[in-house]
Design a protein around this ligand. Structure first.
Ligand code: HAM
Length: 422
């Protein structure tokens, strides 16, 4: 490390060239959402602490251990958003979006904050693209949300992931199941911390990775076997839609999410090239959230959050580069003051025509400037010296083939566009 300051621990910077992959991933995912009719929503970076405490759930690690919470200068307790769903629901209620056409379909992207222990693929500032569809409880919509994520990943060329799917039931079957699971867990010889967890959130115990707990809970009752008729019908319909859409999944009845609001359909996209932090996206339906955060009606919703950082890492693990292109299409190399002012003007013309251009600034000589042209990833170099300028011509060099030809200054823009169109 050099310099007096470093970014706060666990907070990544995104800079070229890797930032191009980051942008390409975010764009592909939001594009998939927009194509399915999800409109952009821009949410505040911080909200009332109580919104997340009530929305995400007091017993979750996210709320109890990981929130960046502070008092503002007016003494209000605010929290940097750890996730997007609670904020979307707050905005939907506040602006009465639920009184318009349903479902309300929204898409967001940006940073979220969780005070987790930093490691590869786990950051304290993480980037997500998320969508939420609120107000209609239709299994076809569950399938759409899942298919949008799947389509986003596939467009990026990602292939080594799997979709894990389950149903967490509804408020008729879940309380009964919880009792059955607790009765089972309290019959086991568990350590105190695990017992406490069983008392607060028994589902979490099924997600315990320790072999001895896995073994002890091998015969634990599973939600999927205790669904109410309506939750079972809903889940069967979601699966039928996914089959029809050709979206493959595996059932994981032990799937446990880190947020409390999930009901019915719940899913996670898992990539095996990432080590411990294998979840590249996840989501599900949330029946009670609107009431939970103060809505007058209680509309169901469904959505996902995709980890942009982890999706970039997954692409790297597969050896796929998404951005692929150079920084610019064209690189201008002026030799001398008059040539520079000519190229500065030509760069502006090319940019206005939609071509990306950079110039060698700072009079570094032909060799250095041509090296910079190569490093920029440009397809074309424009070389202009005093002699060419006197003749009102310019050298146009195809940096892929090495071919070079001289064209008139007036014809330069057309010549560049022709080369780029190849
Ligand atoms: P989540 O599973 O907590 O869900 O986060 C979604 C994704 O964000 C994860 O699958 C992971 O890829 C990424 N992510 C989470 N924490 C980190 C971290 N510390 N570092 C890097 N990436 C991370 C939600 O946030 C829900 N709001 C999703 C949702 C929307 N459910 C319904 N609608």
């Amino acid at each position: 490390m050099s310099g007096e300051f470093a970014a706060p621990k666990g907070i990544p910077d995104y800079y070229p060239p890797a930032s191009a992959d980051f942008l390409a991933v975010r764009e592909a995912l939001t594009e998939a959402a927009h194509r399915a009719g999800y409109g952009h929503i821009e949410l505040p970076i911080f909200e009332d602490t109580a919104l997340f405490a009530r929305g995400v759930g007091e017993s979750t690690d996210v709320v109890s251990k990981e929130m960046y919470t502070f008092a503002d200068r007016g003494g209000r307790t605010v929290t940097l958003r750890p996730e997007g769903t609670a904020g979307v629901m707050r905005a939907v209620i506040q602006h009465g979006l639920d009184r318009g056409q349903l479902p309300v379909k929204l898409c967001y992207s940006g940073p979220f904050f969780r005070y987790e222990r930093p490691q590869a693929g786990r950051y304290r500032q993480l980037q997500q693209v998320g969508i939420e569809a609120i107000g209609v409880d239709d299994p076809a919509l569950d399938a759409e949300v899942i298919a949008v994520a799947d389509e986003g990943y596939r467009r990026l060329g990602l292939s080594g992931y799997r979709l894990e799917l389950t149903s967490l039931g509804d408020d008729t079957c879940r309380p009964r199941y919880r009792e059955a699971l607790q009765a089972f867990l309290f019959g086991l010889d568990l350590d105190e911390a695990t017992r406490d967890r069983a008392a607060i959130n028994p589902l979490r115990v099924l997600d315990d990775k320790r072999p001895e707990i896995r073994e002890a809970t091998a015969d634990a009752p599973l939600m999927i076997d205790h669904l109410s008729d309506s939750a079972r019908d809903h889940f069967d319909a979601v699966r039928a839609h996914l089959d029809r859409l050709g979206v493959e999944y595996v059932l994981n009845p032990r799937l446990v999410r880190g947020l409390d609001y999930y009901t019915k359909t719940t899913f996670e996209f898992v990539h095996d090239g990432l080590g411990a932090q294998s979840g590249i996206g996840g989501g599900g339906r949330y029946d009670g959230l609107m009431k939970q955060v103060g809505g007058r009606q209680d509309l169901s919703g469904i959505g996902f959050g995709i980890g942009v950082d982890r999706t970039v890492l997954a692409l790297e693990a597969e050896g796929a580069s998404v951005a692929g292109r150079g920084r610019v299409d064209v690189y201008g190399v002026p030799m001398g003051g008059a040539a520079k002012s000519e190229l500065v003007a030509m760069a502006a013309d090319l940019r206005a025509a939609g071509v990306s251009v950079d110039l060698a600034y700072g009079d570094r000589g032909l060799k250095g400037a041509m090296k910079a042209a190569d490093r920029s990833g440009a397809r074309v170099a424009l070389v202009l010296g005093d002699r060419e300028l006197d003749e009102r011509t310019i050298e146009v060099k195809d940096l892929t083939s090495g071919d070079q030809r001289r064209v008139s200054l007036d014809g330069a823009v057309a010549a560049v566009r022709e080369l780029l169109a190849d």
